[in-house]
Design a protein. Sequence first.
Length: 163
Amino acid sequence: MTAQDHITIVDVPARKRRDLEWILEESFEGWYLMHSRRTLRDVEVVRAAMSSGKPVGLVMLKTLEGSVGYVYYIAVAKAERKKGIAKQLLADALRLFKASKMEEVLASVEEDNKPSEALFASEGFTRTSFGQLSRLHGSLHTLNMYRIMTVVPGEVLLRKAIA
Ligand SMILES: CC(C)(COP(=O)(O)OP(=O)(O)OC[C@H]1O[C@@H](n2cnc3c(N)ncnc32)[C@H](O)[C@@H]1OP(=O)(O)O)[C@@H](O)C(=O)NCCC(=O)NCCS
């Protein structure tokens, strides 16, 4: 567990993840809401930002090919945005990935989602592409990663090397 200011970041086991669904409902719509709910149930790691014992944000994490980590979804309760909570969740995720020997981390965001891209940029992520990742990992591995990440048209892929 890490603590910064009044926020603590904790691991959330599968049986307690339902308590976080309202944050997704405030943050996503349509296909994304449905998919984020399903991912919340099934994904390897969920971390929640807690304030006074109440969850105020969450991040879902997964390992892709070998040493590549993926930030699946990150969301903060509407009333708690722009206070640096997502930044703390992302910094915590990067620490976890580094501790488990990941060498790079990917995230996909909707092209016009300015808050999200600003968040990832503030932690050093930059845009990447299928071609760039293929040069690093080969096109077969890259195709497989795209499949696991469920990157859909209109999204851009972001990358940060952490080795
Ligand atoms: C994207 C989201 C998680 C950001 O959460 P947050 O707690 O408000 O973000 P933070 O306060 O930690 O801000 C982190 C950085 O992003 C920037 N940022 C956050 N919201 C922003 C906005 N609306 N416009 C511009 N920049 C923004 C901050 O300025 C900060 O950058 P800095 O450190 O360089 O100042 C939140 O807006 C959200 O839950 N949105 C809905 C879900 C979503 O789109 N998730 C991302 C895709 S999975």
